[in-house]
Design a protein around this ligand. Sequence first.
Ligand SMILES: NC(=O)c1ccc[n+]([C@@H]2O[C@H](COP(=O)([O-])OP(=O)(O)OC[C@H]3O[C@@H](n4cnc5c(N)ncnc54)[C@H](O)[C@@H]3O)[C@@H](O)[C@H]2O)c1
Ligand SMILES: [Zn+2]
Length: 366
Amino acid sequence: MNDFKLKTELFFGSRALERLEQMPYRDIFIITDGFLESSGMVAKMAQHLPAGARYQTYSNVKPDPSQELVDEGVAAVEAARPDMVIAFGGGSCIDAAKAVLYTCCGRGMAKPYFLAIPTTAGTGSEVTNFAVITRGENKVVLIDDLLAPDGALLEADFTRSVPARITADTGMDVLTHAIEAYVSQDATAFTDAMAVKAVRTVLSDLPAVYRDGMSMRSRARMIEASCIAGVAFTNAGLGINHSLAHALGGRFHVAHGRLNAVLLPYVMAFHMAEQKYRGPYERLAGELGMAGADELLRAVLDLRQTLDIEHSLSGIERIDALEFERAISDMAEAAMHDRCTLPNVRPVSKQDLVNLYRDAFRGLSF
Ligand SMILES: NC(=O)c1ccc[n+]([C@@H]2O[C@H](COP(=O)([O-])OP(=O)(O)OC[C@H]3O[C@@H](n4cnc5c(N)ncnc54)[C@H](O)[C@@H]3O)[C@@H](O)[C@H]2O)c1
Ligand SMILES: [Zn+2]
């Protein structure tokens, strides 16, 4: 039996913020990061809180949120006992809020309404039952329907200030979610439809937003594509591209989307090398009006180049060659056990993952 779930209600389009103004909550707790607070974006969003509402802010979220930070957030939310929690920020803020609420409610706190407002067009975390928390050197993927926000509000204007580099990284995360969801063993006709829409949007609109951050039509399409890809992958799952990226990110602290982007062609080529696993890529290419899977791979490579993304992991400054070689076996082991590996289109061994890391480090020509 297959199922398709979307627990989260979506507010989007030109008057989405009016929905926030009309919400029946008065004790609001905002989970965000220091940049969004100090840049005035939190205050700008707070202008749209319901009349008479009080709000407090926890703004200590850092990229790839740690367990320690989650524990700090739990103490703050338990002390505040809000009737609504708003996660305002990129995937790191939304994931931190998910883990905070999950813990608070597990400890008996009455569940507040949970609204996610993304400020990057990338993770789709506003609609997923996933949260990624860093424990020591490991990024741990939590998957539980209780993590999914009650509401997601998409307002492209909140992504206007995202710098080009982060626009590229987060946009490539959308592409990776959509491709992994499409080729996943758990994909269905419903998730395929959403994945195709997201891939098409990224290929057409991401270069435009990268070139010109003020192209708001493309930004609006990208924030929708990010959410659509999130709906696809929360139902279909992801694959080893994410598992490999999680293990690398926990150790080398490189942006999640950038790691996905560098790894993607290597993972696609590994899957496509066997006829049996090439099928979904051929079908996806066909749905996009391309001649075949090779053209899709070429489109991914071209897009990466347009976005000035490194071709190999060795091109990323933070990844030291010696440290990489020392860590490779542990990273492959962690990736094998990552929950994203389960629905991967092709069964993998630890050695396959080691080989993929080596290929992506050296850089192959395609
Ligand atoms: N839960 C999920 O389903 C899911 C899926 C994919 C990734 N993730 C996780 O999400 C995290 C990555 O999230 P992300 O890629 O959105 O980045 P992020 O949340 O880590 O933010 C990256 C940087 O962008 C800045 N930023 C955010 N919004 C901005 C804006 N509007 N203007 C200017 N700067 C802005 C932040 O301050 C931060 O410095 C990782 O931890 C990753 O593992 C979660
Ligand atoms: Zn991702």
